[in-house]
Design a protein around this ligand. Sequence first.
Ligand SMILES: Cc1cc2nc3c(=O)[nH]c(=O)nc-3n(C[C@H](O)[C@H](O)[C@H](O)COP(=O)(O)OP(=O)(O)OC[C@H]3O[C@@H](n4cnc5c(N)ncnc54)[C@H](O)[C@@H]3O)c2cc1C
Length: 298
Amino acid sequence: MPDFSPLKQKFAGYCALGAPASGFTTYRAGGPAEALVEPGSAEEFAWLAAWCREASVPLTVLGQGSNVLVSDRGLPGVTALTGRLAALGVSGRKITAQAGVIWDDLVRLSAESGLAGLEKTSGIPGSVGGAVRMNAGAFGQETFDRLLRVEALDRAGKPVRLEKADIPHGYRRTEGLADLIITSAVFAFPEGDRGTLLQDRSCVLASREIKQPLDLPSAGSVFKRPQGDYASRLIDAAGLKGLRVGGAAVSDKHAGFIVNAGGATASDIYALIGEVRARVKAASGVDLELEQILLGDF
Ligand SMILES: Cc1cc2nc3c(=O)[nH]c(=O)nc-3n(C[C@H](O)[C@H](O)[C@H](O)COP(=O)(O)OP(=O)(O)OC[C@H]3O[C@@H](n4cnc5c(N)ncnc54)[C@H](O)[C@@H]3O)c2cc1C
């Protein structure tokens, strides 16, 4: 194990050794992060990136851990959470948010400010950094619709500014961000009617409540939408609702979700993902592509 004492010195109570992924991912499953750090500023992230590079220690950056599955063997090196980068502000028709801001706080602020274009992404869990990295979206809107630019750090801790046009992106996909640490993002909006935006937001939140198993730990849709179809429809049609491996189950409420129905290990979830994929392939011929990100050794 690397000598993490410089991190303990620098981050004190914001550095923990061996913290289990059940505490920092929404699946509430997975093994320990060798070192879990919560830097309080972009400068502290830059320091951390430089330290990791110097010490040849891998660095994983996470927001709310709502789109990842961490192996039961855990995460080697440093896992850095962005939650303390929490500044959010509106100025005219622009919103600037640090990476750790809760995505839905930004969306609520946009609707309340009469700024249109992200209201349909209301209720997507996770952080601004995670939403940018994943190009998160729902009901026909996605993060990049309104993204203007991103401030980030490279793996040496050097600041990098990227305009939207610099980042190839598509449905739940971005290129070139995996090696960067996003520290903040700026979004630009057309004006909209505040009342209509807030009403749209309420409808979306209600629809999520009705359709999604929000009472159980999950990481949202497991698979991307295949061309011209829905993963959930294919999984349901293959008769897989309720299918279980250990504590992991295909949700009865929304077949696209795998839930931790109690005591699931990451291996249970991973095995169930494989089973669903194989059975959907056999039933419909479709190869489902994973949306969630596997971290660590599976
Ligand atoms: C109940 C539920 C419903 C969901 N519904 C939707 C939905 O409707 N639409 C949708 O798109 N997604 C949905 N998701 C998935 C998830 O909420 C999104 O993908 C979200 O944007 C992930 O944000 P996060 O902060 O949790 O990212 P994490 O899970 O922490 O990280 C995801 C990836 O982004 C990287 N990353 C995170 N922050 C940074 C950063 N600052 N710099 C660089 N890389 C970073 C991580 O390394 C990882 O590769 C849902 C999840 C749940 C649990």
